[in-house]
Design a protein around this ligand. Structure first.
Ligand SMILES: [Zn+2]
Length: 448
């Protein structure tokens, strides 16, 4: 006891030093987290204040310029890849039946090679009464006909069922698929169960030309000639500020770029950060990118990690499904469907709100078992939880359709395509979580 005094003093001193270092470490971690949060919000704020970022608008051009400058600041090799496209914006869509009867339509997709403002033919009415199982749906004679879905009063016909029906139907190449507008579903009740009737889908539309671009920032890996990982987000919006959809995704993508560009965290593989233009017009930017860089993608792309609308306060959803139920996933060889190539974009009628290209193009998912395992591991390492999702409508679907491994991060509890999609409703916590998970995911893929 007697001799213990100086020893105790030394011990106290050592403990003091350890605690101080620990506190300093915690403080610097905290400061770093605060800095990241500040930067994430700064990006969302800047992009939101541009007003809308409709493809080709002033806001769209300035957003692209901002992203380009940020990427250059982080030391990325940045390229602006311009593109031009024309689409038909729909003014009205209706279903014309015998005796001048008309019904409003909400969703319409048609054979993109049928051009023209009227699609005539036999109409097949589908509801859960006639198509309650995959087997029943695949027996329908849809080829060459117009398929009209009336989900009225059909509790069975939920979104999952609808998606599955759309996919199964579209694989058999109908002339068009349409859904009766909510306001006319009651009036269309008598059509359900009727055999084939004659009619036409009438479209009134105007053709418009647009210019937009993709901003591509390359962070070369420490080892040359290894695979590349794509981390992407679309920067355009619809008519609203799009703080969640998708300034939030762009912000997360930029901060991931900043993180990996520091020498300390630089991966062995190259990272390609892609800000897609004109997603809201029908995944135009990503489709053009695929058509222009198909050989490079085929040889070098390990995976696409897309980020779309991650500023909601609910759960984090990650695209994890390997394909639609009963339909095997598309994987392996890269074969770009003809729909995706540049020239086919010309004269196509597309609009994200009421017009779809045939769902067979977009309802694809491409997360194989090993990629799924890597995503789950990254989530575990980051210490968060996610919910698996399928068919989140964003650019990753186009890559999936082209046979490239692709996933998407999104959140629930946020606003999209509404006036409420503004800065005040952004929840930055989920953006930080998504960022941490993707950083872990990239680190795991880098070792793969
Ligand atoms: Zn989006």
């Amino acid at each position: 006891m007697f001799f213990s005094y100086p020893r105790n003093k030394r011990l106290i001193f050592i403990i003091f030093i350890i605690i101080s270092i620990g506190l300093l470490f915690i403080k610097s971690e905290l400061l770093l987290a605060q800095k990241v949060r500040k930067e994430l919000l700064r990006h969302v704020e800047y992009l939101s204040e541009l007003g809308n970022r409709l493809a080709g608008s002033e806001g769209d051009i300035q957003a692209a310029q901002y992203i380009k400058e940020q990427m250059s600041d982080f030391g990325l090799q940045v390229k602006k890849e311009n593109f031009h496209f024309s689409i038909y914006n729909p003014l009205s869509v209706s279903l014309g039946l015998a005796e001048g009867r008309k019904l409003g339509l909400e969703v319409i997709a048609w054979d993109p090679f049928l051009n023209g403002n009227q699609i005539q033919g036999s109409i097949l009415c589908v509801s859960s009464a006639t198509a309650s199982s995959a087997e029943e749906i695949s027996k329908l004679q849809v080829s060459g006909n117009i398929v009209v879905i009336n989900p009225l009063g059909d509790e069975e016909f939920n979104l999952g069922m609808l998606n599955r029906a759309l996919l199964l139907i579209s694989r058999n190449m109908p002339k068009a698929i349409a859904m009766v507008a909510a306001s006319d579903q009651e009036a269309a009740k008598d059509l359900v169960g009727q055999s084939v009737i004659e009619g036409a889908i009438e479209l009134e539309s105007e053709r418009k030309e647009y210019n937009s671009c993709n901003i591509i920032g390359l962070l070369p890996g420490k080892s040359a000639a290894l695979e590349e990982i794509i981390i992407s987000a679309h920067y355009d919006s619809d008519i609203y500020p799009g703080s969640n959809d998708n300034a939030s995704g762009v912000a997360v993508m930029l901060e991931i770029a900043r993180y990996f560009s520091s020498d300390k965290y630089r991966p062995n593989k190259s990272l390609r950060f892609c800000a897609w233009g004109a997603e809201e017009s029908g995944f135009i930017g990503s489709r053009i990118y695929i058509s222009r860089h198909s050989a490079h993608l085929k040889n070098l792309c390990q995976a696409v990690i897309n980020i779309d609308s991650v500023g909601g306060g609910g759960d984090i959803y990650v695209e994890m499904d390997g394909g639609v139920e009963n339909i095997s996933p598309i994987k392996g060889s890269l074969s770009i469907p003809f729909h995706i190539v540049d020239k086919a974009l010309h004269n196509r009628m597309l609009h994200s709100d009421i017009l779809w290209i045939l769902p067979q193009l977009i309802l694809a998912s491409n997360v194989d078992e090993s990629f799924k395992g890597t995503i789950n591991k990254a989530v575990e390492l980051a210490g968060y939880t996610i919910k698996p999702a399928q068919y989140q409508g964003s650019d990753h679907l186009v890559f999936a359709r082209a046979g490239i491994r692709a996933t998407n991060f999104a959140t629930s509890g946020g606003y999209v395509h509404s006036e409420e999609d503004n800065l005040a409703n952004i929840k930055v916590e989920n953006m930080e979580k998504v960022m941490s998970i993707i950083i872990k995911l990239v680190e795991l893929l880098d070792k793969d």
